[in-house]
Design a protein around this ligand. Structure first.
Ligand code: SF4
Length: 362
């Protein structure tokens, strides 16, 4: 069982074996002009991606679906989803973005108004500043509680799921509130509704998620197949990306400020966090010069790979110099600070306009 409400999953290989997630590298060569997240193995797994690769290659219609349950502040790890949405948007995909206010209420007691406010001011504002074009006709943003199609579909598909199934997938027990038990069906409906007639009928849909969301994907695919006769649903495809390690070495989390760089951190605070981050450096300078560093266990290197260095050659250069002990963590952190400063200055310069756009979106 994977718990979408709290586990931290690290063993990606075991995960792919256990749950039947396929390796992303198997489809990589079929993707025209694959993104950095794909080529760098950050997106490591997939279900049924061939369908999406085919749509990409042959300019066929498909949709990209994601959702967010607004809680806490947006951190740099969340940027990965935005990067993926931007990439699919550039490729001509419709983008569907659900604000899971009903789930936030059922699972965390957050009111609809709080969800709306947090989604717009903290998340969507940053999404826009990061370059997602929310003004396009093919961008669909909605609150779950205000989307009648999603709510109706959730109810209808609920007919073919039993409580016993829900319990074995999500680990619900006798103390779980009933609204919470219902929320996975809303997520299933979120993912399936772009295929309803109103939205142009059946089409491939890609859902980029972290591996903790796989239970939703499996349930959705199962229900899509069960309702294929009625709606013609195509089983949605999914990709799975690695989580960023937090700056302290544990999982990056909104609720643990020391693990994460928030997108609205001041440059001063972000710098401080980078400077005190856990690296793959050795205990002493002498040892590091002799043995080299360990980039694969380094949160700074991860920052460079995920977000800060576009150029593959430059990245490989850092890696080799780290491995050979030619660069030390102090220099490396300084370099990360400079790149991060550029990114934050750019975001700051766009945030005011982003705020104006975001505030009227829902
Ligand atoms: Fe990480 Fe850079 Fe230190 Fe290598 S030199 S361990 S990449 S901070």
């Amino acid at each position: 069982m994977i718990d979408p409400w709290g586990s931290s999953i690290i063993d990606y290989e075991k995960l792919t074996e256990q749950f039947g997630i396929k390796a992303f590298k198997d489809v990589l060569e079929d993707i025209p002009d694959a993104s950095k997240l794909m080529t760098r193995g950050i997106i490591f797994g997939q279900r049924d991606y061939k369908r999406i690769a085919d749509s990409l290659k042959n300019n066929k219609e498909f949709a990209t679906m994601t959702g967010m349950m607004p809680s806490g502040r947006m951190h740099i790890g969340h940027k990965m989803v935005v990067d993926q949405l931007k990439w699919y948007q550039k490729k001509g995909s419709d983008i569907y973005l659900s604000i899971a206010d009903m789930e936030a209420y059922a699972a965390r007691g957050i009111s609809k108004e709080e969800s709306r406010e947090l989604a717009l001011t903290e998340y969507i504002e940053n999404y826009i500043a990061l370059g997602l074009d929310v003004t396009k006709d093919n961008f669909h943003l909605y609150l779950q509680s205000e989307n009648e199609e999603v709510k109706n579909l959730a109810y209808l598909i609920g007919k073919k799921v039993t409580f016993s199934q829900m319990r074995s997938i999500y680990g619900f027990d006798n103390s779980t509130n009933v609204a919470h038990i219902y929320t996975p069906l809303l997520q299933v409906a979120d993912i399936l509704h772009p295929q309803l007639e109103k939205y142009g009928g059946p089409k491939p849909v890609i859902v980029p998620v972290g591996p903790d969301q796989d239970p939703h994907i499996r349930l959705t695919r199962d229900l899509a197949a069960k309702f294929n006769d009625e709606y013609g649903f195509i089983e949605p495809s999914a990709t799975f990306h690695r989580f960023m390690t937090g700056l302290t070495g544990e999982k990056m989390s909104s609720s643990k400020p020391k693990t994460a760089i928030y997108l609205t951190d001041s440059i001063k605070d972000a710098t401080k966090k980078v400077k005190s981050a856990k690296t793959g450096g050795r205990d002493s300078l002498k040892e590091q010069k002799e043995l080299g560093g360990q980039p694969d266990q380094c949160s700074i290197y991860e920052l460079l790979v995920y977000h800060l260095v576009e150029d593959d050659e430059k990245l490989e250069n850092v890696r080799q110099k780290c491995l050979s002990g030619e660069i030390l963590c102090g220099n490396c952190k300084q370099c990360a600070v400079e790149l991060l400063t550029d990114m934050f200055e750019d975001l700051d310069s766009k945030r005011e306009e982003a705020h104006e756009i975001a505030k009227d979106l829902l």
